[in-house]
Design a protein around this ligand. Structure first.
Ligand code: FMN
Length: 329
């Protein structure tokens, strides 16, 4: 069996350095157990569950579908709001003996003592090297750095993975996971070459057989090009890379006209996106998606995705070895 062993594969107890990022409404038991069974590691997105008990139920359901390890994504709101659920989700994670969390959105420092006491590894996802350095200084176990091409929140600085990733690796001593733009064996080897110890993918897994979105949605995704996404919500300092559909163009126009957060909320709210996933109405709602969508033209099962990545990675290494002068006299 061909694989790569890194500090991340050892930390998480997994076969392959392939992670599935939290995808709101989508990474539930079916997807997370599938990536675990395929030898990678996935995160149930806590924010998809309005109560701690519902998250606990989903963890139990996932455990019924795999005996392999998996994690929980805790996406924190940029500021503490009255309905902030972070504390509740952290408690469930600790009580349930979850081995690792993916945190995102704001500094996880206040929750680290509790998580560390429960032996939960913290992989903090950031869109900038300076936030990665901050995360290391407060004691997280690893960081995921996402480039500007990523689906979801790429940060304000417009710097791509190719620049951010090696810079993060060069300035940190904890392991770095690469996110944003990865989908195959070629890009996995590229990430490892730049010093990453795993890749984290979102868009590739959204286009999987197990992903619980309407079939129309998947048919639409496979024909999208790398130019079919747009970054919106910069005006409210919460940039999001989403599919360039009617809803996205409305948001972009409203932002140009100076719309407030309250005016934007009915269109950008995650609940509208959820309706679009279920109905297959591709123009409804803001749908997170990375530029890599333009490189993916087939919906596959999660185990096929993982196996294809690993066999392509092996072929890439053989090709590179043949091209190089290593071991040739
Ligand atoms: C549909 C979708 C939903 C997402 N939802 C979340 C989320 O709820 N929390 C989070 O931390 N990241 C979320 N992300 C970001 C992913 O976890 C991951 O960081 C990103 O997709 C990596 O870039 P890629 O799309 O180029 O693979 C989402 C991404 C997508 C495509």
């Amino acid at each position: 069996m061909f694989t790569f062993e890194t500090r991340i594969t050892k930390m998480l107890g997994i076969k392959y350095p392939i992670l599935m990022g939290g995808l709101q409404w989508l990474t539930k038991a079916e997807m997370v157990s599938a990536i675990a069974n395929a030898g990678g590691f996935g995160f149930i997105t806590a924010v998809s569950f309005p109560t701690g008990e519902e998250l606990r139920e989903e963890i139990k359901k996932t455990r019924d579908m795999t005996d392999k390890p998996f994690g929980v994504n805790i996406s924190m709101l940029p500021v503490i709001m009255p309905n902030d659920m972070t504390e509740v989700y952290v408690d469930v994670v600790c009580e349930e003996g979850i081995p690792a969390v993916e945190t995102a959105g704001r500094n996880p420092e206040p929750y680290l003592p509790k998580l560390k006491a429960a032996n939960v590894k913290v992989i903090h996802k950031v869109p900038a090297v300076k936030y990665a350095q901050k995360a290391e200084s407060v004691g997280v176990d690893a960081v995921t750095i996402v480039g500007y091409e990523c689906g979801g929140h790429p940060g304000l600085d417009e710097v791509t993975t190719l620049v951010k990733l090696p810079k993060a690796v060069e300035t940190l001593s904890i392991p770095v996971v690469a996110g944003g733009g990865f989908c195959d064996g070629k890009s996995l080897v590229a990430a490892l070459s730049l010093g990453a110890e795993a890749v984290l993918m979102g868009t590739r897994f959204m286009m999987s057989k197990e992903c619980p979105v309407h079939e129309n949605f998947k048919k639409w995704l496979v024909q999208l090009q790398e130019t079919d996404t747009i970054v919106v919500e910069k005006s409210i300092r919460n940039p999001a890379r989403i599919i360039r559909n009617e809803a996205a163009m409305t948001v972009a126009r409203m932002e140009e006209e100076g719309a407030t957060l309250e005016e934007l909320l009915p269109i950008i709210s995650g609940k509208v996106g959820k309706e679009a996933y279920l109905s297959g109405d591709i123009n409804k709602g803001c749908i997170a998606c990375g530029q890599v969508v333009g490189r993916i033209n087939e919906v596959k099962s999660i185990s096929e995705i993982v196996n294809d990545i690993m066999s392509e990675a092996e072929q890439v290494l053989i090709r590179l070895n043949n091209l190089s002068s290593i071991n040739k006299t």
